[in-house]
Write a protein that binds this ligand. Sequence first.
Ligand SMILES: [Zn+2]
Length: 84
Amino acid sequence: MKTNREKRLDKKLRLLKKQHDRCIYCQKLLTLDDSTFEHIQAKSKGGTNSLQNLVISCRPCNLNVGNASVAEKMRSLFFDQIRT
Ligand SMILES: [Zn+2]
């Protein structure tokens, strides 16, 4: 039986592998310590903790974007890029 901690770690490793160890937003290379979970669909909007609903980002990106959903964050990142 796995503990919750182990399950989290397991999920993180799988997501990191899927994203080639990079932040979903800034593409920075991540380590286990500076990576955080992001929900694609916010939990407040019925999103789950399943792998399909999670991506990994670095801490600064995670903090930057606050409570916006991943889709909103991607959109604002994109607009930031074409604005500059
Ligand atoms: Zn980042």
